[in-house]
Design a protein around this ligand. Structure first.
Ligand SMILES: NC(=O)c1ccc[n+]([C@@H]2O[C@H](COP(=O)([O-])OP(=O)(O)OC[C@H]3O[C@@H](n4cnc5c(N)ncnc54)[C@H](OP(=O)(O)O)[C@@H]3O)[C@@H](O)[C@H]2O)c1
Length: 257
C-alpha cells in the first residue's frame, strides 16, 4: 500500500497518549459473564475508568448484586440460547466493546462422559460467542473491539478436558479470522491460566482448594492469578487500537512449566 501522506500512517483508533482523555470514559462495555469472576472484575475496572457497563448472565440474583455498585444495566441470557442472546441487544445503546467471559467448568473423560455433555463446551464457547457477536454487530462502533476468552488448555491440554481444549484453541482461530472479517472492529482473545474465581466452586471446597494449591505450586511465582489481573489485561485489549487478532496470556508463566 502506498501512503499519500503521513496522516494515513497515524492511528485512527483509541489514543494511548497518557495526556489524552481515557478512551473508556463514556464507552459502553457489554460483558457476557459479568456477574462474577473475570467478567465482573473487567466490568468493575472499566466502570472505574468511566465506562458504562451492561452485565449479562443466567442468574438474576448474581447479576443484581454485581450490577448495583456499578449502576450497570443487566440482561438475563444463557449464551447458548440464540433467541435470548438476541433479546439482550433489542433495547441496547450503541456498543463500544463486547467482552465474553461466559463459561462454566465443563468436560470429563471421553470414555465415561456423555458426548452431549462434552459438546456443551463447544456450544458455550464457540456457538455462544457467535450468537453474541452477530447480535451485537449492528450496534457496534467501528472503533470498538471484541474480547473472547480462551485459556491455558489451548497450549497445555489436560486429561479430562479434551473438548474444552478444542474449544479454546478454536476460539483463537475464530477471533483471528473475525479480526479480518469484521474490520475495523478489533477482535482479541484473553487466555487466562489458573485464576481464583467462583469457576471452580462446582468441584466442592476440598477438591477446589486441592486443585488450586497444586496449580499455584507449579507456577514460577508460586501463586495463581487474581481476577483483577486478568481484567487489566482485557482493558489493555479494549483501549490499545493496534492490538488485533492477539491472544494475550495472563497465566503466571503456566505455559512454561
Ligand atoms: N478461572 C480460571 O482459572 C480460568 C482459566 C482459564 C479460562 N477461564 C475462563 O474464563 C471465563 C470466566 O471464568 P471465571 O473464572 O471468571 O469464572 P466465573 O466466576 O464462574 O464466571 C463465569 C461467568 O459466566 C456466567 N456463565 C456461565 N455459563 C454461562 C452461560 N452459558 N451463559 C451466560 N453466562 C454464563 C456465570 O454466571 P451464571 O452461571 O449465573 O450465568 C459467571 O458469572 C470462563 O469462560 C472460564 O472458562 C477461567
Amino acid at each position: 500500500m502506498a501512503y499519500s501522506s503521513s496522516r494515513q500512517l497515524r492511528s485512527k483508533g483509541p489514543c494511548m497518549n497518557p495526556t489524552a482523555p481515557d478512551p473508556l470514559k463514556g464507552a459502553h462495555v457489554v460483558v457476557f459473564g459479568g456477574a462474577t469472576g473475570i467478567g465482573l472484575a473487567t466490568a468493575t475496572a472499566a466502570h472505574a475508568r468511566g465506562a458504562r457497563v451492561t452485565l449479562v448472565g443466567r442468574t438474576p440474583a448474581k447479576l443484581a448484586a454485581a450490577a448495583a455498585p456499578l449502576g450497570a444495566r443487566t440482561a438475563i441470557a444463557d449464551i447458548t440460547d440464540r433467541r435470548a442472546v438476541e433479546a439482550v441487544f433489542v433495547e441496547s445503546d450503541p456498543i463500544d466493546h463486547l467482552v465474553i467471559t461466559a463459561g462454566a467448568l465443563g468436560g470429563g473423560p471421553i470414555a465415561v462422559t456423555d458426548p452431549d455433555v462434552l459438546l456443551a463446551a463447544l456450544q458455550e464457547r464457540i456457538a455462544g460467542p457467535l450468537y453474541a457477536i452477530k447480535a451485537a454487530l449492528p450496534l457496534m462502533s467501528p472503533t470498538g473491539s471484541i474480547v473472547l476468552t480462551g485459556g491455558q488448555f489451548s497450549d497445555r491440554p489436560s486429561a479430562g478436558f479434551s473438548v474444552v481444549a478444542a474449544a479454546v484453541r478454536g476460539i483463537e482461530a475464530l477471533a483471528q479470522a473475525l479480526a479480518l472479517e469484521l474490520k475495523p472492529i478489533r477482535v482479541n482473545v484473553i487466555a487466562p491460566g489458573f485464576v481464583d474465581t467462583p469457576l471452580f466452586n462446582v468441584m466442592g471446597e476440598a477438591a477446589r482448594n486441592g486443585l488450586l494449591v497444586q496449580a499455584a505450586r507449579s507456577l514460577p511465582g508460586g501463586r495463581i492469578g487474581q481476577a483483577d489481573e486478568v481484567a487489566q489485561a482485557i482493558l489493555l485489549l479494549l483501549v490499545n487500537g493496534h492490538m488485533n487478532g492477539e491472544v494475550l496470556h495472563v497465566d503466571g508463566g503456566g505455559r512454561l512449566v
